[in-house]
Design a binder for this molecule. Structure first.
Ligand SMILES: CC(C)(COP(=O)(O)OP(=O)(O)OC[C@H]1O[C@@H](n2cnc3c(N)ncnc32)[C@H](O)[C@@H]1OP(=O)(O)O)[C@@H](O)C(=O)NCCC(=O)NCCS
Length: 249
């Protein structure tokens, strides 16, 4: 499906997370080379809300949906039917039946992760540029407590990497759980409780009240990747029968 995009789409990489069978597609893009005709070229539908938005937003949306179309092709295309991904009531992507998925973008890279519902009930991905020291000072107290950051620093991360990772991991958890919760929930609902740098796992724990309100498990393993200038987080898993039965959607 590689198409001529005038340099808008750059390097495309794909990998499969071995433990979960999740397919991840990452594509570099260049907003300066965006033009609206690329939606047709890449066979991505342009929703009205996106048509009304600024070119930078159109560019990131297109790159994310293009990554999604490529990722969906790795699942069984015949079973899935369409590779178009709609927009839900709170900007959540609407996946074809039988698929769980998630999208993220930085200014230069879009990523999409997808899996089949037979193996997974929730999936969230997030990619963030490493925060500068100034941004980190502002964001850290909003997304985390001091003990959470100290825990990650004691585990071997710098202050900036610790804050960026907590932020990214919690965003991936938000995207993973939103389809089950169907409401906004803040960073205080989850705590980063353990870090294993060797295995690149961060454990997130939901507050008891939030987890029981939505019949959710309390602990989630976020698989992360640390780049030199970015961090990517993937949170996915299956619900136990009891938790599953308690969720309406
Ligand atoms: C919605 C939100 C997660 C987007 O994250 P972001 O870092 O700004 O942007 P990203 O590029 O990583 O992700 C954007 C993509 O997330 C997806 N997304 C947006 N809202 C979503 C939702 N409610 N549920 C699932 N996915 C959603 C979309 O695919 C979107 O891209 P698109 O609009 O082009 O399709 C973030 O802005 C937000 O509101 N977070 C809620 C608070 C939170 O994270 N709480 C933590 C709880 S522990």
């Amino acid at each position: 499906m590689m198409r001529e995009t005038g340099g808008f789409i750059g390097e495309v990489c794909t990998e499969m997370a071995p433990a979960s069978g999740v397919r991840v597609v990452r594509c570099a893009f260049d907003s300066d080379r965006y033009q609206p005709g690329l939606f047709t070229e890449l066979r991505i539908a342009m929703p009205e809300s996106i048509a009304r938005s600024v070119p930078k937003r159109q560019a990131e949306f297109l790159a994310g949906r293009y990554a999604a179309a490529l990722a969906l092709q790795y699942l069984s295309p015949a079973a899935i039917g369409s590779t178009q991904v709609g927009i839900g009531e709170r900007r959540n992507p609407l996946w074809p039946n039988g698929v769980v998925g998630s999208i993220s973008h930085t200014d230069v890279v879009a990523v999409c992760a997808v899996g089949l519902r037979t193996g997974l009930d929730y999936l969230g991905i997030d990619r963030e540029a490493l925060m500068s020291a100034r941004v980190c000072d502002e964001v850290a107290p909003v997304v985390s407590s001091r003990p959470e950051r100290e825990r990650l620093c004691a585990g071997g991360l710098s202050e900036q990497a610790a804050t960026t990772l907590i932020f990214s991991a919690k965003e991936s958890l938000f995207k993973a759980l939103y389809p089950l919760v169907r409401d906004y929930f803040g960073f205080e609902v989850a705590e980063a409780t353990a870090l294993c740098l060797e295995e690149q796992i961060l454990v997130l724990r939901l507050s008891e009240s939030f987890a029981s309100k939505y019949h959710l498990p309390r602990e989630y393993r976020c698989q992360f990747t640390l780049g030199e200038h970015w961090i990517q987080s993937l949170t996915c898993g299956k619900l136990l029968g009891r938790a599953r039965a308690g969720v309406s959607g």
